[in-house]
Design a protein around this ligand. Structure first.
Ligand code: SF4
Ligand code: SF4
Length: 361
């Protein structure tokens, strides 16, 4: 079936991999981009021009920690000039009042602030950054004071999923409009540390119950996004809304990726914004064409009535678990590899004495 290719809805602009935190589940690749390989301000301004021409509506400034770059205000201002909705995805630890004011004056419309736990003891331990949790609380207050919409993002795993009730209470206290309870995605550093991060089925069931109770209690006040982690799921998520359908990602060195973890898939060739136009890469780039639509799908996806709902799930996960990026996502119960996913969950979620490895350059 030939699919009509729409313009992307959103662009994730990973302007740097530098970050003062060291989360062991960071979705950045194991081999992080050095500062000397980062794109210049001028190139990013061109990218924003091209993104707007391509029909992109939203730009998410991300990293690493995007506020380490001192040209972020310039980039936000340019996004605003080009009519792009801008969101900042940040750990918050480098933001003070004057920085926040300069982002808002430049046109920033939304902030997504990460927390690593419900309190300093857990948050600072997971983030590997002493004092970070307290700093985040202060930044959340500053964001509330200027009335900017706030989403709190809590990545959960074995070491903090037991804090879910406290995390929800914290989101309420910090006046967030939305809380994303995101189970670790096991790519990059998360995959590397999987056996020290996977929660047990019991932990997951307790957390799901807490989320459901809070959703009822907080209806109309706080939206809670929560998806069962793939290792315990029965059907996969529609990763990226389908490969090459809604989103593109530009990494710090300028390579354009169909998703932020796409570099973990062997055999794909990525193109750079400095060599080709964004439009050419989106519509004709070989990495985008590799899994776009449904023609590439093997059985059972090829004949499944959900193939245009979840698009066969996640390619990075299929590659990581089966070694075949074009396999049905093993998170799906119908996949012949679903059993391996269950065994991994069972074997690796056991408490271990081993320490996780913090992210490092
Ligand atoms: S996940 Fe943690 S280490 Fe990775 S970029 Fe975000 S705050 Fe930094
Ligand atoms: S078989 Fe494929 S399309 Fe069907 S539910 Fe599973 S992953 Fe989705």
């Amino acid at each position: 079936m030939t699919v009509s290719i729409e313009p992307p809805l959103a662009m994730l602009a990973e302007i740097t991999h530098r970050c003062p935190l060291r989360c062991p589940y960071c979705s950045n690749p194991l081999e992080l981009s050095k500062r000397s390989h980062e794109l210049s301000t001028k190139v990013w301004l061109n990218i924003l021009d091209e993104a707007s021409e391509l029909g992109i509506l939203q730009v998410h400034f991300s990293g690493g920690e995007p506020t380490v770059r001192d040209d972020l205000t310039v980039l936000i201002k340019h996004a605003e000039k080009k009519g792009l909705y801008s969101n900042l995805i940040t750990s918050g630890v480098l933001i003070d009042k004057s920085k926040l004011d300069s982002f808002i004056d430049s046109g920033l419309q939304h902030i997504q602030l990460s927390i690593q736990g419900a309190d300093s003891e857990v948050g600072d331990y997971i983030g590997g950054f002493p004092g970070g949790h307290q700093k985040k609380l202060e930044v959340a207050q500053l964001i509330h004071d200027v009335d900017l919409p706030l989403t709190l993002n809590a990545v959960v795993h074995r070491h903090n999923i037991g804090q879910i009730k406290k995390i929800i209470n914290l989101a309420e206290k910090l006046h967030a409009q939305r809380l994303e309870v995101a189970n670790v995605q096991y790519y990059g550093w998360g995959f590397f540390n999987r056996k020290n991060l996977l929660p047990t089925r019991e932990q997951l069931m307790e957390a799901t119950e807490e989320v459901n109770k809070a959703r009822d209690r907080l209806k109309g006040k706080l939206v809670i996004d929560y998806v069962v982690p793939d290792y315990y799921a029965r059907r996969p998520k529609a990763c990226m809304g389908g490969w090459g359908r809604r989103f593109l990602n530009i990494n710090p060195a300028g390579y354009v990726l169909p998703c932020h973890a796409a570099e973990t898939i062997p055999g794909l060739r990525f193109e750079r914004v400095t060599d080709k136009s964004l439009s050419e890469i989106w519509y004709h780039g070989s990495a985008f064409e590799a899994f776009r639509g449904t023609d590439w799908m093997p059985a059972p996806c090829s004949t499944c009535d959900r193939k245009e709902i979840d698009w066969g799930g996640c390619r990075c996960q299929a590659a990581a678990i089966t070694g075949r990026p074009d396999a049905t996502d093993p998170a799906c119960e119908l996949s012949p590899d679903h059993g391996s996913m269950n065994s991994i969950a069972q074997n690796e979620s056991k408490p271990s004495q081993e320490q996780f490895q913090y992210r490092r350059m």
